[in-house]
Write a protein that binds this ligand. Structure first.
Ligand SMILES: [Zn+2]
Length: 247
């Protein structure tokens, strides 16, 4: 399928409401094969990305491009539009209403909650009881299907008000780090496929212009070394490293 047709078909899916059924339906509908774009004179990465409904970040990562320089005749593989994740809709809606100073966010830190119960509201009251004036320590909470939807992304006031986090010991990382918490104890199980997909889609969305270009994507245990097992031994660290080219 040509990239243009892929884009048109997506628009069609969106208008028929099929997108709301989630990424699996979408991937199946698109057959999940990569389209190829041959670079023409005057093409830019951002225009190619826009025409195909993907982010520049995703396009660069997919083609392992180190810079935005492209050459006429170069073949670019267009990633399947995985970033059109239904769970992102409320995040996009909330974020378009606020002003984000991307340069201040130098870290994205992934967490698990360590318990299977709870959601943004529950953790907010817990954190307030523990004396955190801004409540919920994370910017986003991703549900496990118990007290919020499986893969549902809840947006905390620290994101809508663009406040520092309170999710790690390091003051530097709290001041400039976005905290994403997946509900569950990943010492005993893996994140659900929907939770992980939502987390990766949220990271992709944030990386596309909402954080410092030289930010660091990390997990709690890599920040507070020897202080926590968060996000647990069953979190797929190798998948994370591979997907985001982390050392
Ligand atoms: Zn943590």
């Amino acid at each position: 399928m040509s990239s243009r047709r892929q884009f048109l078909r997506l628009s069609l899916l969106a208008s028929t409401g099929l997108l709301l059924d989630g990424p699996n339906v979408l991937a199946a509908a698109l057959n999940a094969t990569d389209a190829i774009h041959v670079v023409k004179k005057g093409d830019t990465l951002s225009a190619i990305a826009q025409n195909n409904g993907v982010s520049v970040t995703a396009l660069k990562r997919h083609n392992r491009l180190k810079s935005s320089r492209i050459l006429v005749g170069q073949k670019l593989s267009i990633p399947p539009v995985r970033t059109m994740h239904a769970a992102l809709a409320p995040v996009i809606a909330a974020t378009t209403k606020i002003k984000v100073d991307a340069k201040r966010w130098r870290y994205i830190v992934l967490h698990h909650s360590g318990i299977e119960d709870g959601n943004a509201k529950v953790y907010d009251s817990n954190h307030r009881r523990r004396g955190m004036e801004h409540g919920l320590a994370y910017h986003f909470v991703i549900g496990n299907g118990r007290d919020s939807g499986d893969g549902e992304i809840e947006i905390g006031p620290r994101w809508t008000k663009q406040l520092r986090g309170g999710h790690v010991r390091s003051t530097k990382v709290n001041n400039s780090g976005i905290g994403i918490c997946m509900v569950g104890n990943f010492e005993t199980r893996r994140p659900s496929p929907k939770q992980l997909a939502a987390a990766f889609n949220l990271v992709d969305y944030l990386q596309d212009g909402l954080v410092h270009p030289r930010h660091k994507l990390t997990v709690h245990r890599w920040v507070d070394i020897n202080h926590t097992v968060c996000p647990g031994k069953h979190f797929p660290y190798s998948t994370l490293k591979h997907r985001y080219n982390l050392a």
